[in-house]
Design a protein around this ligand. Structure first.
Ligand SMILES: *Cc1c(COP(=O)(O)O)cnc(C)c1O
Length: 398
C-alpha cells in the first residue's frame, strides 16, 4: 500500500528553509560560515512589542480566541489598511492567521478547484507553486524580465490567461529580487485582471521595507473593480522582526475571508492569543524602529550590490525593496575548480559553501536557475567578509 498521499508527494520541502538549516548546522559545529540565507530581519523584536506579550500572559490572555482572530486586532488591521493603504475594510473582511504564509495557504485552498490555474511570476517566493499544487490547482508561470527588474509585462500576462485562470499572485516588493511595481504598471495589471475576471492575491509583506524614498502602493487601491477581486496579504513578521510570533493577515471579499476562517476553524484554530496581543501593539504604536531598520538595510544594499557588480562575471540588479539581492551568476556555468565542474546554481552554492564558507540560496528554488539569492539581513561586518570570501572563491574558477 502507498504510504503517502499523491498530494504531499507532489510538493517539495521549502528549499530556503532547508539550506538555512544546513548553514545553521555547520555554524553549530563551530564552522565559521557566513550565511546569506536568512529570510528574516536580523534585528530583535522591539521591546515594547515584547512587553505587550508579557502583559498578555500576566493578564491571563492565554485562552482560545475566535478562530479567525480577535475583533480588536481585526479592527486595528482595518485602521492600518485605511491609514497606510487607503483601503476600507470591515472586520468581516479580515482574517488573522499563523503568519502570512498561513493566510496565503488558506486563501488558495478555499479559492481553487482542481485544475484551476494560478499565475505566478518568476522569480517567485518559494511557497506559491506548492501551495497551488496542494490545492489541486496548476501553477502557471510567467517569466519576469531581468532587464526590467524582473517585472512581468502585460502581453505575457495576457498570454498566460486561459478560461481556467483563477488567481494571479503579485508580490511587491518581492522576495527574492526586491521588485517594486509602480502605480502605472499596477494599473496595467489590474486592467487585465478585471477584463478577464480573475482574482489577485497581493502579497504585501515587504511594504514597509522600501528604499530611495519610493512608495508602495497596493493594487487594491487603484479602483473599486480591482479592490473587489483582490485579497491583500500582509503580516508583522518582516516589518517588526516578528517572524517567530506567527501573525499574518488577509483582507478582501467577505465570502472568501469567511471561507478561509472556516478552514482555520477546522485546522489550526486561532493564531496564538499572546502573539495577537503583541501584533496589536506592533500595528497600533508607531515607533521609529522600522525606519531605523530600513535605513540600515539601505546601506547594506548599496554596499552588497556594488561589491557584486565589481566581481567578474556577476551582474546584480539593484533591488527597490525587501532585503535580498538576486545576482546573475550563470556566466560561471561550465567553469571548474579542482576538476569539479560548476553546471548549475546548486553546484555554485555548494562550491561557495564548501570553498568560501559562504551560504547562499540557489535561484532555482525561486524558479530562476541563473541566479542566487543573498539576504543582507546580516551585519555589515559579515557582508564585507562574505563578499571578500566569495570574490576570491569565484576567482579560482577557471
Ligand atoms: C516571509 C514571507 C512571507 C511569510 O511571512 P510569515 O512569517 O508567514 O508572515 C510571505 N511572503 C513572502 C514573499 C515572504 O518573503
Amino acid at each position: 500500500m502507498q504510504k503517502l498521499s499523491d498530494r504531499i508527494t507532489s510538493i517539495r520541502p521549502s528549499a530556503t528553509l532547508a539550506i538555512t538549516a544546513k548553514i545553521k548546522t555547520l555554524c553549530s559545529q563551530g564552522i565559521d560560515v557566513i550565511g546569506f540565507g536568512a529570510g528574516e530581519p536580523d534585528f530583535d523584536t522591539p521591546e515594547y512589542i515584547k512587553n505587550a506579550a508579557i502583559s498578555s500572559i500576566k493578564n491571563g490572555f492565554t485562552k482560545y480566541t475566535p478562530a479567525s482572530g480577535t475583533l480588536e486586532l481585526k479592527n486595528a488591521i482595518c485602521d492600518k489598511f485605511k491609514n497606510d493603504n487607503g483601503l476600507d475594510y470591515t472586520p468581516e473582511q479580515v482574517i488573522v492567521s499563523c503568519g502570512a504564509k498561513h493566510s496565503l495557504y488558506n486563501l488558495i485552498q478555499v479559492m481553487c478547484n482542481p485544475d484551476d490555474e494560478v499565475i505566478i511570476p518568476i522569480p517567485y517566493w518559494v511557497s506559491y507553486p506548492d501551495m497551488a499544487k496542494l490545492a489541486g490547482a496548476k501553477p502557471v508561470f510567467i517569466q519576469g524580465v531581468e532587464k526590467n527588474a524582473f517585472k512581468i509585462v502585460p502581453d505575457e500576462l495576457e498570454n498566460a490567461i486561459t478560461e481556467k485562470t483563477k488567481i494571479l499572485i503579485i508580490n511587491s516588493p518581492s522576495n527574492p529580487c526586491g521588485t517594486l511595481y509602480s502605480k502605472e504598471e499596477l494599473i496595467e495589471i489590474a486592467d487585465i485582471a478585471c477584463k478577464h475576471d480573475i482574482y489577485v492575491i497581493s502579497d504585501e509583506i515587504y511594504e514597509e521595507i522600501i528604499y530611495d524614498g519610493l512608495q508602495h502602493i497596493s493594487i487594491a487601491f487603484l479602483n473599486s473593480d480591482i479592490k473587489e477581486r483582490t485579497i491583500v496579504v500582509n503580516g508583522v513578521s518582516k516589518t517588526y522582526s516578528m517572524t517567530g510570533w506567527r501573525i499574518g493577515y488577509a483582507a478582501g471579499d467577505a465570502d472568501i475571508i469567511k471561507a478561509a476562517g472556516k478552514l482555520q476553524s477546522q485546522s489550526t484554530s486561532n493564531p496564538t492569543s499572546i502573539s495577537q496581543k503583541a501584533a496589536l501593539t506592533a500595528i497600533q504604536e508607531k515607533t521609529n524602529d522600522v525606519v531605523k531598520m530600513v535605513s540600515e538595510f539601505s546601506k547594506r544594499r548599496d554596499y552588497i550590490v556594488e561589491r557584486l557588480n565589481d566581481m567578474d562575471n556577476v551582474s546584480c540588479q539593484k533591488p527597490k525593496g525587501a532585503f535580498y539581492v538576486f545576482p546573475n551568476i550563470s556566466a560561471y556555468y561550465g567553469k571548474e575548480h579542482d576538476g569539479n565542474r560548476i553546471s548549475t546554481d546548486i553546484d555554485l552554492c555548494n562550491f561557495l559553501l564548501d570553498t568560501a564558507k559562504v551560504g547562499v540560496i540557489p535561484g532555482s528554488a525561486f524558479g530562476s536557475p541563473n541566479h542566487i539569492r543573498m539576504s543582507y539581513a546580516t551585519s555589515m561586518e559579515n557582508i564585507k567578509e562574505g563578499m571578500n570570501r566569495m570574490e576570491s572563491a569565484l576567482n579560482e574558477l577557471r
